[in-house]
Ligand binder design. Structure first.
Ligand SMILES: Cc1cc2nc3c(=O)[nH]c(=O)nc-3n(C[C@H](O)[C@H](O)[C@H](O)COP(=O)(O)OP(=O)(O)OC[C@H]3O[C@@H](n4cnc5c(N)ncnc54)[C@H](O)[C@@H]3O)c2cc1C
Length: 259
């Protein structure tokens, strides 16, 4: 894990409120081990926002690390105002990775909801013949084409593009078999629904969880989630709970407890 002052090489809006930023981060790029990992960003060197913001790594090419982010609040707004040539401070690579998507007997179903698409696109780039489902609120938030012939399914909550509804609606339209394996990242209600679906249908799944996060290195304990690892002991903090920054963000489907 490294802290680097990195130079932004590009930062552009690719859909309504959705931005893609590339940065030259040689140390973090060299230490990166795969899709699922994230960086923790400090956009400005002042006391206005002293807490970093986590962003999934969308791709690594040579020294260039790319993120895809949505403007939520002040920090992401500030990030969107950065120009190429400016520097930001990032910590990473952090977290674990999706596994098994590259196994021969696995038919990956990649599902990204909202900004959860970043790590999902990252897996997509390395996968052979995956099915991909990307969900958004409305057409303007999508930057790809709905293309079922090529196994790319887009959904919108308002029905303005692709399949009307959420990712679960799209799963109904695809061929799910015993080799299917879901890899998903997105908001908690989507992950919760997918967890129920996968367990109900006996389909394997890995879920990347987006919890609130502070330090990213296990000190602040801000990103804790309840975890079922089969060895939970009463009052045992470390058995019952998990820090998304250290143990995650990717969990086996039945391991996490939502809401
Ligand atoms: C491991 C991980 C990976 C992530 N990857 C990405 C990514 O690739 N792209 C991306 O756009 N975002 C990602 N996020 C979420 C991102 O970190 C938050 O959107 C960001 O912190 C918002 O910062 P802000 O200052 O702009 O907004 P804030 O002012 O901090 O928050 C604005 C609003 O967003 C809500 N919010 C903030 N953070 C979260 C969160 N983590 N979960 C749910 N709601 C939140 C707040 O309640 C508030 O309503 C990731 C989060 C985690 C934990």
């Amino acid at each position: 894990m490294y802290i680097e002052n990195v130079t932004i090489s590009s930062n552009e809006e690719i859909a309504m409120g959705i931005w893609r930023m590339s940065m030259n981060a040689p140390k973090i790029a060299a230490a990166y081990i795969g899709p699922g990992q994230f960086i923790n960003i400090l956009p400005n060197d002042n006391w206005e926002h002293p807490i970093r913001r986590p962003m999934s790594i969308a791709s690594v090419n040579g020294n260039i690390v790319e993120i895809i982010y949505k403007i939520f609040g002040d920090m992401t707004h500030q990030l969107s105002r950065k120009n190429s040539g400016e520097t930001i401070n990032i910590l990473g690579p952090l977290g674990n990775v999706f596994t098994e998507w590259d196994k021969k007997e696995v038919d990956p179903i990649l599902i990204g909801g909202g900004v959860g698409l970043a790590p999902i696109l990252n897996v997509y780039e390395s996968c052979k013949n995956p099915i991909m489902i990307i969900g958004a609120k409305t057409a303007a938030e999508h930057f790809m084409e709905h293309d079922p012939k090529n196994n790319i399914y887009l959904t919108t909550d308002d029905g303005s593009m692709g399949i009307a509804g959420n990712a679960l609606k799209a799963i109904d339209e695809i061929d799910v078999n015993e080799n299917s394996f879901i890899f998903a990242c997105g908001p908690e209600p989507m992950l919760h629904a997918l967890q129920k679906y996968a367990i109900g249908k006996n389909i394997r799944a890995q879920l990347s969880v987006e919890s609130y996060m502070g330090c990213g290195v296990g000190l602040c304990q801000g990103c804790v989630i309840e975890r079922q690892n089969g060895q939970v002991q009463k009052h045992s903090y470390h058995e019952k709970y998990s820090l998304v920054c250290l143990d995650g963000p990717v969990y086996e489907c039945s391991e996490v407890t939502f809401g």
